[in-house]
Design a protein around this ligand. Sequence first.
Ligand SMILES: [Zn+2]
Length: 331
Amino acid sequence: MLHPTPAGLFCPVGGFYIDPVRPVERALITHGHSDHARAGHRHVLATRQTLDIMRIRYGEDCCESEQAAEFGEILDVGGVTVSFHPAGHVLGSAQIAVEKDGLRIVASGDYKRGTDPTCASFEPVKCDVFITEATFGLPVFHHPEPRGEIAKLLRSIEQFPDRTHLVGAYSLGKAQRVIRLIRDCGWEEPIYIHGALAKLCDYYVGQGIELGDLRPATIDKSTPDLFKGAIVVGPPSAFQDRWARRFNEPLISFASGWMMVRQRAKQGGVELPLVISDHCDWPELLETIKEIAPSEVWVTHGREEALVRWCELQGIPAKPLHLVGYEDEGD
Ligand SMILES: [Zn+2]
């Protein structure tokens, strides 16, 4: 019913792909990150929020026609029963369940189990085959409590009140989650954002996610003092170039699951790594598979072998899918 092809996971019975990496006739899309949602498909089926996010990122003509799926709604696509369920990854993110002749496969897309007030929480869906991501699929990956990471940022501002704290966060999902976490930890000052985040932050606010006082991080000669001890959030790529050096003694921080790997932080010149991930860590992956108890697990994008091995030790048949083209834009 579903098998990997170079264009992505294909359902020949229903004539559709899930998160195709090449333009196709009919695409079902789990969420708006650029490695999963690409422009140029003819027909796209996704949640309303994912469709909106695709239009914000790729423009009005990013696909020829679209259909919005409500969470839990039962749809028929070419004779295959399809439904979307919350994945807890970013706003609008969904797992996609496909079912025919009593066989149900759930493609989870990217997902996490930790609390995140910026999107609907992951809902376990009973299925025969569970397709799981394994971005952080090694026993070394344990993501700490995100509020504790934000506390480190706020302590650093107390300690270095003259330095501008630049927080790198991917523009869809992570940036809004980090801003929301900073608010939930009691920071009421304005938060300055790089222009690349503006439209998506506006969209989140329009969807009812409070982000507080956000202001553009534009600096001119008369305002350098404004950014002393301020928090500036921007895409990590912006911090590598001249933009970052305009701020007062910038202190570079980066919010990502990869910040658990000290070498990665060092290479990126990150002074204050914040381990905040929108993916499952190793214990969450195991907990999810135990909870869903599928008869088979397929593992994709990431460290597939360790999770396949763990499933086999539990007596659950498992295999790696080796899908290509997923670079975890929002880790
Ligand atoms: Zn993602």
